[in-house]
Design a protein around this ligand. Structure first.
Ligand code: ANZ
Length: 947
């Protein structure tokens, strides 16, 4: 045996790490080390003994759960998972009841597309992928309460997704109360006459079908006709991006028809104001709040009425900038606007600008020719078109604010379906109007002052109003208020609040999703499925593709895969009035549905009486004003995930939660009190001569260049993932170094919210650190324990307690990189200072502090030191305040009020000592001419000398 072999016997190698890690993962599962007790229900347990000493009693921590794709995790995915695990482990060790688990967002398109191609049931594919993910998650040592794992595809999960859908369907938004209420309340109000339907109909006179129709206009879930791209040949509706410029399907080249189709919608717009206003209550990154605010896009504007000169007609416009009214120099109607035919002039006035007439003999002919020319264009093309086109109608309108007559045009950049389909054009301050005015030689009048002026381009920024009579000098916001007051006083317009947010299209014509708990009677009326008949299970079908039709049959209607399950579609049900025949809704919910509420199921995953018992919700998510202030909305204590979910998921989820709150099902106002966005892990990617990505792991570096199969390749840098072929699998890193090393590496790469480059060659640095810790405890050659029972020196004790105080603060603030740096420093201090064995009194707390980041090695060494219990529940060390006090202090010395030097004195030095040190200081002596006149000492802070 060589020396090397002996040394290797007890060295912390990847192999040994792997063995330790598997053993501890097993032990944690067996002991249920990470199980968090609930107040009530199946997971109820003892809650006494948590919290105290300024600590919270509980913390609910969650990651944005993954979609289990076939590719498995790459090392970028666990960045957030590990960070939240460190946070959870630290607090659990510190005596907090921590709920941390992870489930799967498992409905979705990839499994379904795979099913269409191969016939493999999406459930089979999904379950295999979930197994794979679970293996990877377990390998990383994430401390999850495994009893609480859920998949959105579990029948027992989506049963409650359907139940929540029914609560939303059974509710309407009461504007006066500012909240959702049960639809039954609305019916009662209609019945008693305390409220009348908004559409003016008389409730008492309506038949059952008409009443249903009225209620549908109130429900928070409703069906409405919307324009979609229908492709009969593929049997599916397509997104705009899937349709070619000549109106055919990208895939298969079939004709595509614009068609109005009935679709399920969720009335999220009812919550627009609350969704904006409540952002203020959230501890979220400003960037994400701003993105939600922009997405909702609440803006104050006005409808303004312009009389048409020489007639009775008036053109109403919608504008977000009524403050620019004095700068309106022409108007534009959408070409299809119904007023056009009414106002169009009989003939051109003499001397009309040739650019305005489109070469036509009369205004009517110009309008007709222009309409014919644009009929084939889609809204998108019309808006994107940079070359502004249009024709003059021959008519003039009167600007209400100054009586000026301005020409009225039609142009395709104004859309019929938005606002009122007509605009007042302010070329000085609107980009599209500027382009149009330039092309047509129309006046450009500046009304918002700017340095750049408005001759070359529109100025869209803020500034004082100019050239606008009584508005002059006001900033934009004040001017808006003033002009809206003026318009309302003169009956020329009204202020309106406008939102960009649209209702949420909630149906998908797919297979792998939650079925709708809705059936239709023979008259086509929709009925909700009673709660007792839930869940509506996804039926088996033989093939997962939608039904396709004759490609040219524009009149066909989509028939989703579920329509093929005819035994399932046609049912006899008793909905309370005897057995009758019904047909089921064959749509499925969009993939967002499950993630709208999964945190609530984590709380009570096995409750079969309710989606989440109120006591449990209150405990884990309830408001805690004593800790978070009176405005605390409640919700998760920490939600970690990528910034790509700033809108959609985070908005949908907030919406559902608020509906549940209004209806009294939850006590928290918001689902996610605190949000943290982790950065991304990036990596080098390589392209060959054709610009195609090649597998990064097979690229070799030599002679200062990079080669793939001996061909030179070009290096770039980007997000890690399948598309750039630069993924690194965590499995490989765990095999080559161990999970603890991977965890330490990822946590020490930099601040958590910043993106960072992955470099496999740097991982070894983290491994070396853990090997040094290992050697503090274990003799690599003999395997014996190296720690001593010696007292640490005063300097070491101080170093330890400084580390404890710092590491605690770092863990609380998710600054794991600086926590690791402090642990490395303490380790190096012990390695250098105690070559013959470091004191147990310091090594033990070091292991406890290391445990959140590198839990397996910490557990192993903890047991090597003779402890039989796991350190999953700590105790996490507490710093001794008295050891944090510095021995010496630095006192600034001022001469005539200016700092001239600093002296270092013992921390408890009295005035005489400080003065003596100051008067002997090299930099002070030359400034003094004999005895100073006056000396002022601020104890411990400063000494001021007046010479
Ligand atoms: C005058 C004005 C002056 C405008 C100015 C903007 C800037 P958002 O924010 O998207 O709601 N607009 C209104 N209806 C339109 C339609 N049917 N087709 C095309 N454009 C339309 O945009 C509202 C602004 O878009 C409105 O405010 C109007 O132009 C234009 F310095 O009015 B504005």
């Amino acid at each position: 045996m060589t020396t090397n072999d002996i040394a290797a016997a007890h060295r912390y190698t990847a192999e040994l790490a792997g063995e330790i890690e598997a053993r501890w993962q097993q032990a944690w599962t067996e002991r249920g080390s990470f199980q968090a007790p609930n107040p009530v229900g199946p997971l109820a347990g003892d809650l006494s003994g948590f919290g105290g000493h300024g600590r919270p009693a509980k913390l609910f921590i969650q990651d944005m759960f993954p979609y289990p794709s076939g590719a498995g995790l790459h090392v970028g995915h666990p960045l957030g998972f590990i960070a939240s695990d460190v946070y959870a482990r630290f607090h659990r060790m510190d005596g907090v009841n921590v709920l941390h688990t992870m489930g799967f967002d498992a409905f979705g398109l990839p499994a379904e597309q795979y099913a269409v191609q191969t016939g493999t049931h999406p459930r089979t594919t999904t379950e295999a992928n979930v197994e794979r993910y679970l293996g990877q998650i377990r390998r990383l040592g994430l401390a999850h309460d495994e009893r609480r794992r859920v998949s959105t595809t579990d029948v027992e999960f989506y049963r409650w997704t359907q139940w929540i859908f029914l609560q939303i369907y059974g509710a309407w938004y009461d504007e006066e109360a500012g909240k959702a209420r049960p639809i039954g309340d609305l019916i009662a109000e209609f019945d008693s006459g305390t409220r009348t339907p908004a559409d003016g109909s008389v409730w008492a006179d309506l038949d059952a079908a008409s009443r249903t129709a009225v209620l549908d206009t109130y429900r928070l879930v409703y069906q409405s006709d919307s324009m979609v791209n229908w492709c009969p040949g593929l049997g599916t509706v397509l997104a705009n991006e899937e349709v070619t410029a000549d109106g055919r399907s990208d895939r298969g080249n079939f004709p595509v028809f614009r068609k109005r189709l009935r679709q399920w919608m969720m009335r999220i717009t009812a919550y627009a104001d609350r969704l904006v206003d409540d952002l203020e209550l959230l501890d979220w990154p400003d960037k994400v709040k701003a993105m939600q605010e922009n997405w909702i896009g609440r803006s104050r504007g006005a409808r303004v009425s312009f009389a048409v000169a020489g007639g009775d007609a008036a053109v109403e416009v919608f504008t977000t900038r009524p403050d620019t009214l004095f700068g309106a120099t022409y108007m534009v109607l959408a070409p299809e606007h119904t007023l056009v035919d009414e106002i169009v002039a009989h003939e051109w006035a003499s001397g009309v600008d040739a650019r305005w007439t489109g070469g036509a003999a009369t205004p009517a002919a110009a309008v007709a020719a222009y309409r014919a020319g644009i009929a084939a264009k889609s809204d998108l093309e019309r808006q994107e078109n940079k070359d502004k086109t249009g024709v003059f109608t021959g008519a003039y309108a009167v600007n209400p604010v100054n009586g000026r007559q301005i020409p009225v045009f039609i142009a395709d950049y104004v859309l019929l379906g938005y606002g009122t389909g007509a605009i007042m054009a302010v070329p000085a301050h609107d980009v599209r109007d500027h382009e149009f005015a330039t092309a047509f030689g129309l006046p450009i009048v500046e009304v918002i002052g700017s340095e750049q002026g408005v001759a070359d381009a529109a100025f869209t920024g803020d500034g004082p109003v100019v050239n606008s009579d009584f508005l002059d000098g006001k900033p934009v916001d004040e001017a808006k208020t003033a002009i809206i007051e003026w318009l309302e006083a003169h009956d020329a317009g009204t202020g309106v609040v406008q939102y960009k947010l649209r209702d949420w299209l909630f149906a998908r014509q797919r297979y792998w999703g939650e079925p709708f708990p809705i059936v239709y009677d023979e008259a086509g009326q929709a009925h909700p499925i009673p709660e007792a008949l839930l869940p509506v299970e996804l039926p088996e079908v033989a093939d997962f593709a939608p039904v396709s039709f004759d490609p040219d049959d524009a009149d066909s209607v989509p028939s989703p895969p579920l329509a093929k399950a005819s035994d399932w579609v046609h049912v006899e049900l008793d909905l309370g009035d005897g057995l009758k025949s019904y047909t089921r809704d064959t749509n499925v919910m969009p993939q967002w549905a499950g993630s709208c509420w999964y945190q609530l199921r984590y709380i009570d995953p096995t409750n079969d009486e309710t989606f989440c018992a109120p006591e449990n919700e209150q405990y884990w998510m309830g408001r805690v004003p004593q800790v978070h202030g009176d405005n605390d909305p409640g919700g998760l204590d920490l939600y970690v995930g990528g910034v790509e979910h700033a809108v959609l998921h985070l908005l949908y989820s907030r919406f559902w939660h608020k509906v549940l709150y209004d209806l009294g099902h939850v006590s928290s106002v918001e689902p996610y009190r605190k949000l943290f966005n982790q950065g991304m892990i990036q990596a080098y990617a390589f392209t060959d001569a054709r610009g195609v990505y090649v597998p990064a792991e097979e690229v070799v570096e030599r002679e200062g260049g990079h080669f793939y199969q001996d061909q030179p390749v070009t290096r770039e840098y980007g997000k890690m993932g399948k598309s750039l072929k630069n993924s690194v699998a965590p499995d490989d890193i765990c095999r080559d170094y161990g999970a603890d090393t991977l965890r330490v590496y990822e946590m020490s790469m930099g601040p958590l919210d910043q993106s960072r480059p992955w470099a496999t060659k740097d991982v070894v640095g983290a491994q070396r650190f853990l090997q040094r810790v290992w050697r503090l405890v274990v003799d690599e050659e003999t395997g014996t324990v190296r720690v001593t029972d010696d007292e640490p020196t005063e300097a070491t004790r101080k170093a330890l307690h400084r580390t404890i105080a710092g590491v605690r603060e770092d863990y609380v603030a998710l600054r794991d990189n600086t926590a690791v740096a402090k642990l490395i420093e303490l380790t190096n201090h012990l390695t250098k200072g105690y070559p013959d064995g470091a004191p147990r009194a310091v090594v033990e707390p070091l292991l406890l502090m290391l445990a959140p980041v590198a839990p397996h090695i910490a557990e192993e060494l903890w047991s090597v030191l003779g402890h039989s219990d796991t350190l999953a529940r700590g105790p996490f060390p507490v710093a001794d305040e008295s050891l944090l006090v510095e021995d010496s202090v630095e006192i600034p010395i001022q001469v005539k009020g200016k700092v001239r030097s600093r002296v270092t004195v013992p921390a408890d030095a009295d005035e005489a000592t400080v003065t003596a040190a100051a008067l002997a200081d090299d930099k002070i002596v030359p400034l003094l001419d004999g005895e100073p006149r006056k000396i002022i000492y601020v104890p411990g802070k400063m000494l001021n000398i007046v010479p």
